[in-house]
Design a protein around this ligand. Structure first.
Ligand code: ADP
Length: 258
C-alpha cells in the first residue's frame, strides 16, 4: 500500500491536541461521564477500552459535536470546542474525522462521490482535486476498482474501508474510530484492521479509538485507557495494561475479552 498524503499541506502539530477537563455527561439521571480529564498528544494513538456502557462512545461523539457535555471543557489544538460559538465549532470540526460502527456512507452516492462530497462542499476543493485525493485514498484502502459502485454493492468490510477513506479525505488532524469492526462479519474484520494499522504506522495522524479488538489495540496504541462507569480507572502503555494490569476490574475485563 502506498503512503497517504494525509497531511501534505498541513504542518504536523506537536504537543497536546485534545484536552478534556472535568467533563460530565448525563442522560436523565444517569451520569455517563463523571468529571473526566484526559489529554491526547498530537500524532499519538490512544485506545479506550472497557465494558459496554462505560461512556467510551460518548467521548468520541462529544469530540465530533454530536452530543454536548453538561459540564467541563473540551479543547482541540488549543481552541475551545466546548463551550464555544457555532463558528468556532465548525472550524474545529474540520480537523476531526470519524469512522462509525455502521459505516454511515451516503447510500445514494457512488464510492468516489462519497469521498469527494465533503472536500468539495466543506473545504472548497475543485472536483478534480477532490477526485485525485479520493483516488489516492481508495488506493490506500485497496478499493481502486470499486470507485464507481454504490455502497450496497460492496461488502461491509469494503464499505468500512470507503468510510475510512472518506474520513481521511478531509485531512483531519485526528481520526476517531468507534468500534469500526463490531458490525462486520468475522472474515471481514482483518482487512479493515490491516488498513488502520497501515495508517497508524505510516502517517502522523492522531487516533482516538474505541475497540474490542485487543490485539489491534496492542499493535497500534501508544496509550490505553481503561474505562469503567464513566471514569478512567487505569491508563498506560499497551504492554502495561495488557501484560501487567494493576486494577482488578481491568484484569477481570481483559480476561473476559481476551
Ligand atoms: P460505551 O461506548 O462504553 O459502550 P456509551 O458511551 O455508548 O458506552 O454509553 C454510555 C451510557 O450512556 C450507556 O448506558 C448508554 O445507554 C447511555 N447513552 C448513550 N447515548 C444515549 C442517549 N442518546 N440517550 C440516553 N442514554 C444514552
Amino acid at each position: 500500500m502506498k503512503e497517504p498524503d494525509a497531511h501534505a499541506d498541513v504542518p504536523a502539530a506537536t504537543g497536546e491536541l485534545i484536552r478534556l477537563d472535568k467533563v460530565t455527561k448525563r442522560f436523565g439521571n444517569h451520569t455517563v461521564l463523571d468529571r473526566l480529564d484526559f489529554t491526547v498528544d498530537a500524532g499519538k494513538h490512544v485506545t479506550l477500552i472497557g465494558p459496554s456502557g462505560s461512556g467510551k462512545t460518548t467521548i468520541l461523539r462529544m469530540l465530533m459535536t454530536l452530543t454536548k457535555p453538561d459540564e467541563g471543557t473540551i479543547t482541540v489544538a488549543g481552541q475551545r470546542l466546548f463551550p464555544a460559538g457555532e463558528k468556532q465549532v465548525r472550524e474545529i470540526r474540520k480537523s476531526i474525522g470519524m469512522v462509525f460502527q455502521h459505516f454511515n456512507l451516503f447510500p445514494n452516492m457512488k464510492v468516489l462521490r462519497n469521498i469527494t462530497e465533503a472536500p468539495v462542499t466543506v473545504l472548497g476543493l475543485s472536483k478534480d482535486e477532490a477526485e485525485q485525493r479520493a483516488r489516492e485514498l481508495l488506493d490506500l484502502v485497496g478499493l481502486s476498482d470499486h470507485l464507481d459502485k454504490y455502497p450496497t454493492q460492496l461488502s461491509g468490510g469494503q464499505q468500512q474501508r470507503v468510510a475510512i477513506a472518506r474520513a481521511l479525505a478531509m485531512r483531519p488532524q485526528v481520526l476517531l474510530l468507534d468500534e469500526v469492526t463490531s458490525a462486520l462479519d468475522p472474515e471481514l474484520v482483518a482487512g479493515v484492521l490491516d488498513v488502520l494499522r497501515d495508517i497508524a504506522h505510516t502517517t502522523d495522524i492522531t487516533m482516538l479509538c474505541v475497540t474490542h479488538e485487543m490485539n489491534f489495540a496492542r499493535d497500534i496504541s501508544d496509550r490505553v485507557l481503561m474505562f469503567d462507569s464513566g471514569r478512567v480507572i487505569e491508563a498506560g502503555t499497551p504492554e502495561k495494561i495488557f501484560s501487567e494490569p494493576e486494577q482488578p476490574r481491568t484484569r477481570e475485563f481483559l480476561s473476559a475479552v481476551l
